[in-house]
Each structure stands twice: as structure tokens, then as C-alpha cells.
Design a protein around this ligand. Sequence first.
Ligand code: 5GP
Length: 221
Amino acid sequence: MTTSSLIPGQLERGFLVVVSGPGGVGKNTLVNAVRRRMPELLYSVSVTTRPPRPGEVDGRDYFFVTAERFAQLVEAGELLEWARFGDHLYGTPVRYVSEAVASGRIVLLDIDIQGARQLRASRRLDAVFVFLLPPSLEALRERLLRRASDDLRTIERRLAMALTEMEAAPDYDYVIVNANVDEASLLLESIIRAEACRPHRLRWPVVEPAASSRQETRPGR
Ligand code: 5GP
């Protein structure tokens, strides 16, 4: 489904939609589903020091860089936020998102909880924060078991980490329980559409005066 209600140019300024959640909650699948539902959304491609996984493409999934290059980007102020996650560094290139927002576009960011916290604290860009929760801890455990080749101890450690991460959920603007990707992506789409209707984001006047009423008010007619 494409849309007519979120035409670029309708918003005075765009905004960021920041999606976070514990590992294994299905964030990637949700983000991909909402991008299919709303092709007009832009997606912020992060920079990372993590090596590519099979099938990942440089410039599409991530910009894969060395630790030295990452340090240069931080030093030069080219990252809007950045964080260490596991053994690797991840960051959001600032120029792409700033320019997109300035031109009225909505940009989706899939970033971890520390990065989301930095964005919220900096208030540099208008952003809406969405947290994704699993339907139950058992469901999360099953997902971790299914997807990873990790041993049980690693999975238990990740589950413990997920519990800590989930404590951040009440600080977000919205919480979505990801029991089913279709429902969750419909909810995320609804949130984005509703946020795009907030008066402070719209270009005013929303309704142009009719040509006839303009003529009527012209002197001498
Ligand atoms: P993965 O290595 O599985 O692709 O991502 C690991 C974690 O890093 C995920 O939680 C993902 O949301 C997060 N992440 C990806 N890009 C960024 C980024 O630019 N900044 C921050 N802070 N986290 C990111």
C-alpha cells in the first residue's frame, strides 16, 4: 500500500522515528515491514565497526568501517549519537538525518537504548521514541534459541540483558508488543501517521484559501 497522506512537503520539518528494543525482539523484521508499508519513509543507515554478516551490503545495511575511521567520525562530530553494543561500535551519521528532517522527511532509526537516550537528552532533532517489547519472556527466549547458534549460557546471558534493557521502556513515547509482525507494523505505521498530523509539524496554512474567497475580498469587486 502506498500513501497519499504523507507526501513530502506536507510537513514544515520532518522528524525521527527511533525504534529500540531488546535483542531478539524482532526489531529488524518490524522495521523492514513498516518500510514496505510506508515507502516514503527514509531509513538511516548506521556506521559500525562490526564485520558484515552474510547477505549484508555496505551502504544498505550499514556503512562498515574500521575502529580508526569510527574514531575519526566521532572526533569530527559527524555522528548524531553513538554507542558500544557488545564488542562493536555503532553510530548515526548526522548529516543525512539532519538534511532529511530539514526537508520535511520522516526518518526511521533502529538504534540501541543508549543511543536513544543520547538523542532524547540532546534534543537536537525532533524525534518520536518507540520501544518494542516481546509478548512474554518465554517468547523472547524461544526467539533467541531459534535464531542463534549460541550456547545456552550465552542465551541466558542475553535474556538477562534483555530484562535490564526492557526497564527503559517507560521512558519512550510509545510501547509496541511484538506478538505478530503484521499487527506490530500496523501499529507503528499508525503511530507515525498520527505523529505526522501534530500541528507543530505541519506546514501552515494547511488549507489554502479558495481562489473565489480571495477574489471576494479584493477591493473594488
Ligand atoms: P546488529 O549488530 O545486530 O545489527 O545491531 C546491534 C544493536 O546495535 C541493535 O540493537 C541496533 O539497534 C543497534 N544499532 C544499530 N545501529 C545503531 C546506531 O547507529 N546507533 C546505536 N546507538 N545503536 C545502533
